[in-house]
Design a binder for this molecule. Structure first.
Ligand SMILES: N[C@@H](CCC(=O)N[C@@H](CS)C(=O)NCC(=O)O)C(=O)O
Length: 206
């Protein structure tokens, strides 16, 4: 059975779990990272020399890097649906996955770390303000994009929606004022209402 290593408090682990649940692939998840430790043991470092979560084991195949795990699971279990067959459609999805990893996630990380992982008296308000200023225009990009299509890569849910939904879950979980973005909200609520999101996107941040 597919094994997912990682704590659910990690956005990157949530991507792997959301992909497996959306694809209805049975899996076993082992808590690892932060308070659960494990990631610095020689055995785990043999699977991922970075000592990070998530890692998956699928038969004898070991894979780390969350968006690559999402791609792999979708290619294996969702070819032609979550993993688009047409080259252009596939790379349309790939583009948004890379954008999440390289642009949206770094923009929001400062606010997340300060507001969720830093004691109130130690919070740096400048870091929070910079993170909000970097993230808001990106959310406007998403809202405008989703005004033109139901899902990130067109008419149906694909692998591209998974990392972005996990990122929106994280941003929405922060105690911040958020301007209305009706298209982003419509898209996110649709994903939230899918049973595959249970136990992932309905979890509070921790
Ligand atoms: N680029 C990697 C980043 C992985 C990463 O930074 N994971 C964090 C959790 S989100 C981690 O393992 N932190 C250390 C820990 O949990 O002990 C990916 O997308 O999988």
């Amino acid at each position: 059975m597919l094994k997912i290593w990682g704590r659910l408090s990690s956005i990157n682990v949530r991507k792997a779990v959301l992909a497996a649940q959306w694809l209805q692939v049975p899996f076993e998840r082992v808590d690892a990272g932060h308070e659960f430790g494990i990631v610095n043991t020689p055995e785990y470092l043999g699977k991922n020399p970075n000592g990070l979560v998530p890692v998956i084991e699928d038969g004898g195949f070991v894979l780390w890097e969350s968006n690559v795990i999402v791609r792999y699971l979708c290619a294996k279990h969702g070819a032609g649906s979550l993993y688009p067959e047409k080259l252009e459609a596939r790379f349309d999805a790939e583009r948004w996955m890379d954008w999440q990893q390289t642009t949206l996630n770094p923009a929001g990380r400062g606010a997340f770390v300060q507001l969720l992982r830093t004691a109130p008296e130690k919070r740096n308000q400048d870091v929070i303000a910079q993170s909000i200023a970097a993230t808001e225009p990106l959310l406007d990009v998403l809202d405008a994009h989703l005004a033109q299509r139901p899902f990130m890569a067109g008419d149906s849910f694909t692998m591209a929606d998974i990392p972005i939904a996990c990122e929106i879950h994280r941003w929405h979980g922060l105690p911040l004022q958020r301007p209305e973005r009706p298209n982003l909200e419509r898209w996110y609520q649709g994903i939230l209402s899918n049973p595959a999101s249970r136990g992932v996107l309905d979890l509070p941040l921790s």
